[in-house]
Design a protein. Structure first.
Length: 356
């Protein structure tokens, strides 16, 4: 059923994190995102969340570049258009170069709108089947706190813990923690902190007990990642490197990784993400859904993605209360027995409330 796009509204929200998020790239204390509301001719509306950061430390976009691009370029492109399928938004936006996080925020809202129009939960609309979704948490704090934070996460029931690493982190400390929790899967995220000069140091991480090492080298370092994949037994997983279908194809062609972190925003929206899922499925590449310190609208989209039958690793799904005093969705996301139950309501499945 066709939808005429009637109106698109942007609302910026800004909240402090409960505690600083520290990685080799940046320390994040506060988070600003843009909530995009797209309204169709029937009066139904869908939500997207733009999750670029304040400065370009993770991707090239920033929250202010996204606001500018959405407002002055994408909104005029989409307003009054008649859309038959949400995939058409990707095609409409092809006249705009790059700016994938800006495009994704608007495109995701249109997917939510279509799911609502069809009276389906978004996760069913995109083909999801697996629920509840297993919950994973990220530890991005001072190393002196890792042990204590792992103990806390284990108590909550998280099934997977991702630890931010860098070349100088104490490996015997990590080994002993991982040994203490045999039922929890541990991922390591290096955020590109290794380089050709310390390649051998990466090999020291091979027997620490990690299920995978995420993004050891820089985003364009296909050769180093291929070397890592061939020389380590721990699986190599790419995050920053994968911002398009072409990047996923590169990874496969160059044998530069075993696993892909899916981020709808970094990939430019659902349409491109679903293509990456299909490609990875066809090449037996593992997948999981990554987080970017998001609020509930984005998390709801991520949860829908994680419910696809091809997603086999546990993603970055922590409870709303992990980062936020108060999330922007109701009910908030909760983790029970290490899992997040998906909403049976239509669309993203949550009400949005932007008041503090
Ligand atoms: O590298 O995966 C990353 C957060 C912001 C930017 C990049 C990354 C992250 C995380 C995920 O590690 C944190 C989360 O939202 O659970
Ligand atoms: Mg990462």
């Amino acid at each position: 059923m066709a939808i005429t796009i009637k109106d698109i509204q942007l609302k910026t929200i800004r909240r402090s994190l409960k505690s600083p998020f520290k990685s080799v790239l940046q320390q994040v204390n506060e988070r600003e995102v843009i909530i995009v509301t797209v309204t169709g001719d029937s009066g139904i509306y869908g939500y997207g969340e733009c999750v670029a950061f304040e400065t370009p430390w993770y991707t090239e976009e920033t929250i202010s570049s996204c606001y500018f691009v959405i407002k002055t370029v994408l909104v005029p492109l989409l307003t009054k258009k008649i859309i038959q399928r949400p995939e058409e938004v990707w095609e409409l936006f092809q006249v705009v170069k790059g700016n994938r996080m800006a495009k994704a925020a608007v495109e995701m809202a249109v997917w939510d709108l279509f799911a609502k129009q069809q009276q389906q939960p978004l996760w069913k609309f995109v083909g999801g089947t697996s629920q509840p979704v297993p919950a994973g948490i990220v530890i991005a704090a001072d190393h002196s706190r890792i042990k204590e934070l792992v103990a806390q996460a284990s108590k909550v029931g998280y099934q997977r813990i991702k630890i931010k690493i860098h070349p100088n982190i104490d490996l015997s400390m990590l080994k002993s923690i991982i040994r203490d929790y045999p039922r929890i899967q541990f991922f390591a995220d290096a955020n590109g902190s290794f380089h050709a000069g310390n390649f051998n140091r990466l090999k020291d991480f091979d027997d620490v007990g990690f299920t995978l090492i995420e993004q050891p080298f820089g985003e364009k370092e296909w050769v180093l990642h291929a070397q890592a994949k061939s020389e380590l037994t721990t699986k190599i997983c790419l995050d920053e490197s994968i911002s398009s279908l072409e990047d996923a194809q590169q990874m496969i062609d160059r044998k530069a990784g075993d696993i892909v972190v899916l981020k709808i925003s970094r990939l430019g929206g659902w349409t491109e993400t679903l293509k990456v899922v299909e490609l990875c499925h066809n090449h037996s590449i593992g997948m999981w859904v990554g987080g970017m310190i998001e609020f509930g609208v984005s998390k709801a989209h991520n949860l829908a993605l994680a419910s696809l039958p091809d997603i086999h690793y546990t993603g970055d799904f922590s409870a709303s209360t992990h980062f936020w005093k108060k999330d922007i969705i109701e009910p908030e996301i909760i983790v029970e027995y290490g899992k997040v139950r998906l909403s049976t309501q239509i669309g993203i499945g949550y009400a949005v409330s932007l008041n503090e």
